[in-house]
Design a protein around this ligand. Structure first.
Ligand code: SAJ
Length: 414
């Protein structure tokens, strides 16, 4: 008998909740990460990422004896690959998917994989990656000289759909897609996820599953881009975009999203590029949406600079929010940080930042920006820039902001 039922490669935002939930449902799980520090933290029952209640889940999983972490994979009936798939910016600014982590994780399975095992790719990936996983593994098995036929292994792509901030709830309750390299592989993956997923799991082929995940995030990106473009149009023609969207959304078939300072996070701003890379001539709308959303932080910076110039002197600017979205402490790939950083580069502006969800500023802002409380910021600043619609900022009475110049990218202080 194998030591583990499941071996999860990559203990990040997806891998860690996934292996912990399997472990609390009685599966014997080995979590694998290349970072020794991450492995030690998890084996000690701790966590290295922020997500509500994840600490409780991981602790319970480790204490039950069902979850253990290591730096190398070991034999298991199922292997789940949940490593990052970022993009690389190439010459001419085109963006190409970086599959090196997926390839490395896949190849690391060659010494331990056995006939009958199931290999699941969970990482968001360009179409065709599951087939490449199969080829990489076949190639590596050959190098080890082991007698494991590729045809005796099962391959599937089962993308995650969980929303940061609500991951544990959505892990259980979101419908999923199981895309198999063969129909049998899709079925086996479905049965596995039914261990904890109480929603429907739909079967398809691996390529459709890969494209479905990219499509979901591109759909959201395009819709946010529409809202962001509307905000630019409305600014030009003197219409209140928030009021406009509120009214237009009273139409039974209209549901416009909200504009903001840009799109952050590790998924929506990345995945659409995989579609553009695969079909550059056809994916015109998808590319334009990315460009509109990526252009939004620069527009906000220009708005603030114009206001500062009109005020004259060396105005103090307070930026409210650094996180990539409301009520989370995740500041990676955050358009708010991009705006604050660009303003700090100007030299003639004093920049304050208010972010109640973090204890320290990100490194790139050290020495250029002061982290202060909301009250201090309001007292000291000439210009207030609202970048994230955290609940605490929504609760500030607008009367308290009287006399201040305001750039409100989220429309909460109107
Ligand atoms: N945003 C707006 N306006 C809106 C909605 C969002 O500007 O009306 C911005 C947010 O402020 C943020 C960015 O978009 O900067 C993304 O936030 P989000 O909450 O829309 O999504 P993520 O990145 O946290 O998670 C997404 C989700 N995908 C979809 O909703 C289609 C999640 O379900 C995926 O699992 C996740 O990507 C992922 O891992 O791919």
């Amino acid at each position: 008998m194998k030591n583990h039922d499941i071996c999860v490669l990559g203990l990040g935002y997806i891998g860690l909740p996934t292996c912990s939930i399997f472990a609390t449902k009685g599966k014997r799980v080995l979590g694998v990460d290349v970072l020794q520090q991450v492995v030690d933290t998890i084996n000690g029952g701790g966590i290295h990422i922020e997500e509500p209640d994840l600490d409780i889940l991981v602790k319970a999983a480790v204490q039950s004896g069902n979850l253990r972490a290591a730096t190398k994979p070991q034999s298991a009936g199922t292997f789940i690959i949940a490593v990052p798939t970022p993009f690389i910016v190439c010459e001419g600014k085109s963006k190409k998917p970086d599959l090196s982590f997926v390839e490395m994780a896949t190849r690391s399975l060659a010494p331990v994989v056995e006939a009958g095992d199931l290999v699941i790719l969970e990482s968001t990936s360009p179409v065709g990656t599951t087939e490449r996983v199969r080829e990489w593994l076949g190639d590596e098995i050959k190098k080890t000289g082991r007698d494991v036929s590729l045809d005796s292994l099962f391959f599937a792509h089962c993308p995650e759909r969980i929303l940061p901030g609500q991951m544990l709830k959505e892990l259980v309750s979101n419908d999923r897609i199981s895309g198999g390299f063969t129909p049998e592989a899709a079925c086996r993956a479905k049965v596995l996820y039914q261990t904890f997923c109480t929603a429907e799991i739909f079967l398809t082929d691996a390529r459709t599953a890969e494209m479905a995940k990219l499509t979901e995030n591109a759909f959201r990106d395009v819709n946010i881009a529409f809202a962001n473009e509307l905000s630019l149009i409305c600014e030009r023609i003197g219409v209140d975009v928030w009021e406009l969207i509120r009214l237009a959304n009273r139409h039974p078939r209209v549901k416009i999203l909200q504009p903001g300072p840009g799109v952050g996070g590790h998924c929506i701003a990345v995945d659409p590029w995989f579609i553009v890379d695969a079909a550059p001539e056809e994916a015109r709308l998808v590319r334009t949406a990315r460009e509109v959303n990526d252009g939004k932080p620069h527009h906000v910076v220009d708005q603030v600079k114009a206001l500062a110039k009109a005020l004259g002197g060396e105005p103090t600017i307070a930026c409210f929010g650094l996180a990539f979205k409301p009520d989370v402490d995740d500041i990676r790939e955050s358009p708010a940080v991009e705006v604050v950083n660009a303003l700090a580069q100007c030299g003639n502006l004093k920049i304050l930042a208010v972010e109640p969800h973090v204890r320290a500023l990100p490194k790139r802002l050290h020495g250029k920006v002061s982290l202060v409380s909301g009250d201090e910021a309001i007292a000291a600043a000439d210009i207030l820039v609202l970048l994230v619609d955290h609940k605490v900022f929504k609760a500030i009475p607008v009367a308290k902001l009287a006399g201040k110049r305001i750039v409100d990218t989220r429309g909460i202080w109107r």
